[in-house]
Structure formats: structure tokens, C-alpha cells
Design a protein around this ligand. Structure first.
Ligand code: FRU
Length: 710
């Protein structure tokens, strides 16, 4: 009760506070009694952005002190006349370089520096936005003081900006340092979708010196939704959260707390836009699948994740597990941003006892990831490859103390996809460099890596996968597949050191899917692949989560038409989701005839059809919600959403279509395509199409699919 009353009690107190005393607002055409020297600050306040500067924002009124006169390399200083300290706080807006002593403002009393502040950035990136900072001056009340602004720094962020220096009764920013006893699963946060509102928080575990993680969170008093830091792995321990937020967010900060539930949890998986059998994250953004590994009946799906908003940010490895590739249970995140920077894409392997030089006692799961040091809060971190291991079946991941295992080699260098190569008894790591270039590294122990080769996937890039498949299921003849993020692949051979391409790039994977990878250690020699469906359609704006994975699929290698090609089939596990099935055999449908699917109600469904590829209609197949085509054109052998001609197999097209809340995926003779859609109200979920003729179905089945969340 008391805590609910508090904000009410605060309002009259705040209203009776004395208004701010302006020390300097940098309005007008001169610095008045302030003395400028050097060039950096010019001769008078600036009216905004200067030549060659990124747009300056966040200042109050028409003017500000802008240290970018003459660019970053100019230097200068500005000194105030003496003034009396009369309030408990001195607040100011500040931006520019974060170089203490070099780009800074000092408060001097009796000629000595008693407080100092510098700007926001010490490396390329960032923004010219001024933010509030301030000093507690309560112990200096009554003293005479001066302010001195200095710019001695050249090069990147070698300038400082200031505005609205005021004496106040309260801080404009609240410095946060709060300890929480972790006696509930989540630390919950109210957030706005407005990504410009982000504030940085650091979380320390049990008083450690180095933060466990940092997060940029759009804290707000009027939440669009609530997000959480999942602390299931830290129960019974203590965390300390530090950061600073504007004074106006005191109320929002007071709502950040430990809880076993998060507001909105009861609605999770029931939201209007929630896919019902595709993986989505309860909250936040997802991109690439990471660390796909099977062990002891469990499929692990780690993924690129922003747990705190709908956009790409805070790159964390989210984690979910399943025993059937459809019913996923979200686990606490596996890897968080820390001094290494963002946790970019990577892979997972099962490492039997003794197969690595990592400090593990028995069997382990080992994850190789890109640590993107460009996002580190600490200077001088690069983009490098690191490993983490788990001895509790993926529940907790421990970063190796000897990281990185591969220092920055070149360009973007990221997305390691490690696997075991039995003939050479080495671990192999294909790694993306830049453009269409990839490198290959080899290691006896996952710790020491040697470069052994390079290869290209022309017109593709990022997220390599490299694996061997038997031709037509017979282990006598095999090929290696070198795969890129768009699903283009080269076929060839691999001797443990070099990949030699024989043909490619081939392409059997189109539409929204991107950055997929296959499972390590899958049973029955399966090559199970999951991709990420990037946004190519109406998106999921308005939902507290964003984007989904593809349906899991099995890859095999088959001889088709003129050569060997990958063949994609939805995994057999999807069949367990089927609820009602309608079936037709030897159905001939002609344009103008009554559609046997007229009464079909939709929901989530699968279409399974074997079609005579030589049916005489000029375009034939299906339409989903009227707008979305899944159509074969016999004249040029093309299928909607795929590129180039597709080969019919024995004169037939085998089509599987999967429709979920916001997506549609089509498999046609081993080719896969996917897109996002919105279910148009009033439109027919599914129609047959036979333009200008007939379509002959050997068989047609329509299955409704159960939700995995109910
Ligand atoms: C692909 C990608 C990867 C990178 C990750 C970052 O979508 O750009 O190359 O590791 O996303 O989230």
C-alpha cells in the first residue's frame, strides 16, 4: 500500500521545489562574461549542427556550446565568471567525446577541480545527442565556483558540446546502483518500442568486479509491453544493477523488480500475431539460429536475440529446447553481451570426453561464437572467435578463460560453424570473412586453430555451413556442401583442410529464409536445418516479439535432372501436429468449377499434393488468402516464390504448403520458399487454381494443424 501512495506524496513535494537557476543557457549572440580561447568553441554559441558534423540534437532552445568549430582536431577552452553555489545539484546537457581531462567540463572551487564530466563516446559510432549529467553539489552550497570547459583532444570524438547548465534541487539524471536478491525467475522492465529511448544498464553478479552483462533498455513510465532478464540460473544469488536514467523515469525504475512472472505473461502465445507452430521468442527480436546441437533426445535452438525490444540490438544468445522440433520451451539466455561485446552468430557441437583442450571433466556441449568487440563498453576489443562450454547439457554456458581462441583475422570474420572431421581427427571451422569469401580453420582441441583453406560462394555471404551428405542415401558416394546465409551452395570435396568446389552456386531455398544452419550430432545421420525468416513482408509491428524461424527441414542430396542437388523436406515430426484431414484422390479441377475447398476454414494448416506437372492449365496450384500464390506454370516450369525452372520428378510435382498465423512456406520437389503474410479477413484461406484449363491431382490432402502452445 505504502509504495502505491509514494508517487502521490512526491507530487506536492516536487511542485514546491524552487525552480532552476540558470548558470548558462548558451542562447544569444555571445558568450557574455564567459571567456573563450582557441578555436574549438568559436566566438559565440552555435545555433545547432556545424559543417561536417552529424546532426546535433537534445539541446534546449536555439543555441548550445558546440566544440566542433574547425572539426575534431581544433582545440580550445571556455571559462565562466565566478558564481555562487545555491542548490543541491548542478545539472547540464552534455555530448561529444568521452575523454576525461581532454574533452571535459570541470567545476573549480578555490582554484581546484572538485567535479568533472566528459561526453559520451570514445570511438567511432554514437550520435551527437546531448544528454543530462549532473553533480551533487550539496556540500558546496554557499561557495563561489567557476566552470572550465576544455577541448584538448584531436581525432575521433575530439570535441565536447554543452547546454543548459542549471542549479537545481533535484538531479535531472538518477544514478542507479541497486542490489536485488534473486528470489524469482525474472528481473522485469517496462519498455517503450521507441528505440531512441534506450539507456544502458550493467548487471553484476554477487558483487563481482566485471559485469555479468550489459543491456540497452528503453525504460519508460508508459510501457508498450514488459520485458525481462531471465535469472533462472542465478536463483539465491545477488545481482547489482547500475546505470543512469533521466529524473523523469524515477517511477519506471521503481517498477523494475524481481518477479516470478512478467506482466503480459498470461497472454503470451495467444497474441493475435503469434505463430502457433513456428518458433518465436516470448519477448523481443530474433535473428539467426545459433548453436544447433542435439544431445540425449533434446534439440537445442540458440538464436540471435534482443530480449528487450522488437528491433535488432543487445545481441544475446537466446535458448530454447525441444524433444520434437516443434514444442519449444524457452530457457534462460546462453550468452550475454559483456566486455567481449555482442554475442554474434556461431555454432554448437557435442564434444565427447577428451576431445577438446577445454577445462571440462567429461562429455560437453561446446559453442563457438563471434564476440563482436566493436560493441564492447571497454576500448580495444575486436571482432574475434571465442568458445563457451556446458557440462550440464546446455543449461549454463561458461566462457573459456583463454578466449578468444581466434583473434581478429580479417574483415568481418564471423559466424564460425564448427564440426568434427573424423578422418583427420580435427575440429573444423568454416568462417565468414567478407563479400563472398570464407576461410577454413582446423584444430585438434578447439583451442589452437590453424588456417588451412579459403573458399567462395559467389553471390552469397555470411553464416557458413559445411557438411557431407551421401548421394541418394548411399554412403558409397558423397559430396560436401558449402552453404551461405542466402542458401546458395557449392558442391564439392573436403579433405580436412581445403574445400574444392565442383559446381555451384546452386539455389533451392528462396524467399524470407536466411542465415540458417544444420544440427550437429543429429540422430539417424539426419541433416536437420532451421533458418530465420527475415522481414520481407508486413512484419509483426505491434507485437511484443518479432520474427520467426522456418519450419525445421531435413536436407538430403539427390540426383535430379542435370546433376546433384540438395532436397529439402519438412521434418517428419510435423505429422504429429495434424488434427483433421480432408483427402481427395485423382481429382481433376477446372477453372469455373466449384472449388472443393470452398468451406475450408483455415487456421493453421498444411497442404499435401501430388500434381501432374503436365496438366493443361496455363497456371495451376493454390492461392492462400486470395493474394498469395503457390502456382506452377507448365510453359516455363516455374513455381511462385522460387527462381529458375524446377524439374518435375517422374512428371509430378510434390507440393507441401505450411500456413501459420503470419507465414507461408512451400516445398516443391525439394525446393523451399517462404514469406510472411497477414491473414486477410474475409479472404478464402485456400483455393484451387487452374487458369485456362485443368489441374490433375493424383492426391490432395489438407490437414489442419494443432497449436503447439495449447
Ligand atoms: C546474419 C548476421 C550474422 C551475424 C549476426 C548478427 O544475419 O549478420 O552474420 O553474426 O547476423 O546478429
Amino acid at each position: 500500500m505504502l509504495s502505491r501512495l509514494l508517487p502521490l506524496l512526491l507530487i506536492p513535494a516536487a511542485a514546491s521545489a524552487a525552480s532552476d537557476l540558470v548558470v548558462m543557457d548558451f542562447e544569444g549572440d555571445s558568450f557574455g562574461a564567459w571567456k573563450a580561447s582557441g578555436e574549438a568553441f568559436g566566438k559565440a554559441p552555435a545555433k545547432g549542427t556545424l559543417d561536417g558534423q552529424m546532426p546535433v540534437s537534445g539541446f534546449v532552445g536555439q543555441g548550445l556550446l558546440n566544440g566542433y568549430h574547425g572539426g575534431d582536431d581544433s582545440t580550445g577552452s571556455l571559462e565562466s565568471p565566478a558564481f555562487k553555489i545555491e542548490r543541491k545539484y548542478l545539472n547540464f546537457l552534455i555530448g561529444g567525446g568521452k575523454f576525461p581531462g581532454e574533452t571535459c567540463m570541470d567545476l573549480l572551487v578555490d582554484g581546484k577541480v572538485v567535479r568533472t564530466a566528459s561526453g559520451l563516446y570514445d570511438r567511432p559510432g554514437g550520435a551527437e545527442r546531448l544528454e543530462w549529467q549532473g553533480w551533487d553539489t550539496s556540500e558546496l552550497i554557499g561557495k563561489s565556483a567557476t566552470l572550465r570547459v576544455t577541448d584538448k583532444r584531436k581525432g575521433t570524438w575530439g570535441h565536447i558540446n554543452l547546454d543548459q547548465i542549471v542549479q537545481s534541487d533535484a538531479p535531472k539524471v538518477i544514478e542507479i546502483k541497486q542490489e536485488f536478491a534473486v528470489n524469482g525467475r525474472y528481473l522485469i522492465w517496462p519498455v517503450t518500442r521507441d528505440a531512441s529511448q534506450k539507456r544502458r544498464f550493467f548487471t553484476y553478479l554477487d558483487g563481482a568486479e566485471q559485469p555479468l552483462l550489459y543491456s540497452d533498455i528503453c525504460l519508460t513510465n508508459n510501457p508498450d509491453f514488459w520485458v525481462f532478464t531471465d535469472l533462472a540460473n542465478y536463483q539465491g544469488r545477488k545481482i547489482t544493477v547500475t546505470g543512469s536514467v533521466p529524473g523523469g523515469l524515477a517511477d519506471a525504475w521503481s517498477k523494475v523488480k524481481i518477479s516470478d512472472t512478467y506482466p503480459g505473461e498470461e497472454e503470451t502465445y495467444r497474441e493475435a500475431l503469434r505463430p502457433q507452430y513456428h518458433f518465436t521468442s516470448r519477448r523481443g527480436w530474433l535473428n539467426d539460429p545459433n548453436g544447433l546441437v542435439w544431445k540425449d533426445g533434446t534439440w537445442h535452438l540458440f538464436y540471435q536475440h534482443n530480449p528487450y525490444n522488437h528491433n535488432w540490438d543487445n545481441m544475446t544468445w537466446g535458448h530454447a529446447t525441444s524433444t520434437d522440433l516443434f514444442h519449444w520451451k524457452e530457457q534462460p539466455s546462453g550468452l550475454f553481451p559483456d566486455a567481449e561485446g555482442y554475442m554474434y552468430s556461431g555454432s554448437g557441437i557435442f564434444a565427447p570426453k577428451g576431445s577438446t583442450g577445454l577445462p571440462v571433466k567429461g562429455d560437453a556441449l561446446v559453442f563457438t561464437y563471434t564476440a563482436n568487440g566493436n560493441h564492447s563498453y571497454a576500448p580495444d576489443h575486436k571482432v574475434v572467435q571465442s568458445v563457451a562450454y556446458s557440462e550440464d547439457g546446455g543449461k549454463t554456458l561458461t566462457k573459456f578463460a583463454g578466449n578468444p581462441v581466434l583473434p581478429h583475422v580479417e574483415a568481418e570474420n564471423r559466424d564460425p560453424k564448427v564440426f568434427w572431421h573424423a578422418p583427420t581427427k580435427h575440429w573444423i571451422m568454416p568462417l565468414y570473412y567478407d563479400r563472398s569469401d570464407y576461410g577454413i580453420y582446423s584444430s585438434p582441441d578447439m583451442v589452437k586453430w590453424e588456417k588451412t583453406g579459403d573458399y567462395k560462394i559467389p553471390t552469397d555471404g555470411e553464416c557458413p555451413d559445411l557438411y557431407e551428405l551421401p548421394v541418394g542415401g548411399s554412403p558409397k558416394e558423397t559430396r560436401w556442401i558449402a552453404w551461405g546465409a542466402q542458401g546458395k551452395y557449392m558442391l564439392g570435396s573436403f579433405d580436412g583442410r581445403q574445400f574444392k568446389a565442383e559446381s555451384g552456386p546452386h539455389h533451392h531455398y528462396f524467399g524470407a529464409a536466411y542465415a540458417g544452419q544444420t544440427y550437429d550430432n543429429a540422430p539417424e545421420h539426419r541433416r536437420v536445418h532451421i533458418g530465420w525468416m527475415r522481414d520481407g513482408g508486413p512484419g509483426l509491428n505491434g507485437a511484443p516479439f518479432n520474427l520467426q524461424m522456418t519450419i525445421p527441414m531435413d536436407f538430403t542430396l539427390r540426383r535430379q535432372g542435370d546433376g546433384l542437388r540438395l532436397w529439402a523436406e519438412p521434418v517428419k515430426e510435423v505429422e504429429a501436429l495434424r488434427a483433421d484431414t480432408k483427402e481427395w484422390k485423382d481429382l481433376v479441377f477446372e477453372s469455373g468449377q466449384t472449388d472443393p475447398l470452398n468451406d475450408f476454414k483455415g487456421g493453421q494448416f498444411e497442404v499435401e499434393a501430388v500434381i501432374d506437372a503436365n496438366s493443361n492449365a496455363s497456371e495451376l496450384g493454390f492461392r492462400i488468402f486470395d493474394e498469395h500464390a503457390a502456382l506452377w506454370k507448365p510453359s516455363d516450369k516455374t513455381f511462385s516464390g522460387t527462381e529458375g525452372p524446377q524439374a518435375a520428378v517422374d512428371g509430378k510435382l510434390k507440393v507441401r504448403i505450411f500456413v501459420d498465423t503470419v507465414s507461408m512456406e512451400v516445398f516443391v520437389n525439394g525446393t523451399f520458399t517462404s514469406k510472411y503474410l497477414r491473414q486477410t479477413p474475409g479472404a478464402k484461406p485456400l483455393r484451387l487454381v487452374a487458369n485456362g484449363g485443368q489441374v490433375k491431382f493424383d492426391s490432395l490432402k489438407v490437414h489442419t494443424l494443432k497449436s503447439v502452445w495449447k
